[in-house]
Design a protein around this ligand. Structure first.
Ligand code: 3PG
Length: 209
């Protein structure tokens, strides 16, 4: 949908994929990423505190918070109630594609094959997460998709890193990239917010504010 595209276009152009174990880390993490210029965040529903962490981050000014790892329609409904800014799935079941079209939340489904892309396109989507990007051919796969399906835009995620994200972003069908590299597990464990801000700054090219 148009609005998920607008959100991804504002994603600076890296979408941090975050898993939060400790609720008290949510706000300082959002602030650390924002200080480095990353303001559109994906918090995965992989931990017990994910919903509360999203709620906490929604209170940080200038932050757009989406939910990731959405696997079923029930979760999408719960997220509508929570009022998240967008929702991301690692896949694209028929049920999720249909519910995402009806949803009040901009929805980003994921694809890894051309048949899934055509199915999604038929259902009304032209913007997808490409997951897991590096395992499914990475940059050369994206170049190949552009031949038959130049109308599609992708957010490749999975194996995208500080070393290769610029190569992904140079492709005409890449709108932004997603990845966990800007929030390393150890930095989060040590609450090393300065390091996270520095990684964010390197991903955006911004100076630290
Ligand atoms: C995701 O859910 O998008 C991935 O787990 C992120 O992949 P990465 O850890 O390889 O960046």
């Amino acid at each position: 949908s148009a609005s998920v595209k607008q959100i991804l276009e504002s994603a600076s152009p890296v979408l941090p994929v975050i898993a939060i174990d400790n609720l008290e880390d949510a706000v300082p993490l959002a602030k650390a990423l924002k200080a480095g210029g990353l303001t559109v965040l994906e918090v995965t529903l992989r931990t017990d505190v994910a919903f509360d962490a999203i709620k906490a981050m929604q209170g940080v000014e200038g932050i757009t918070v989406g939910a990731g790892t959405v696997k079923n329609v029930r979760q999408l409904k719960d997220l509508e109630e929570l009022g998240v800014d967008f929702a991301v799935s690692p896949g694209s079941t028929h049920e999720l594609l249909e519910a995402g079209i009806e949803s009040s939340i901009p929805f980003l489904p994921a694809v890894s094959t051309v048949s899934e892309m055509i199915k999604g396109l038929d259902t009304g989507y032209d913007c997808f997460k490409f997951f897991p990007a590096s395992a499914f051919g990475g940059i050369s796969a994206l170049k190949a998709f552009y031949g038959p399906l130049p109308e599609l835009q992708f957010c490749p995620t999975g194996g995208v890193s500080a070393d290769n994200f610029k190569d992904y972003l140079a492709l005409p069908n890449v709108i932004c990239v997603g990845g966990s590299w800007v929030v390393p597990k150890n930095a989060l464990k040590n609450r090393d917010w300065n390091h996270i801000t520095e990684l964010a700054r390197q991903a955006t090219g911004h100076s630290v504010s």
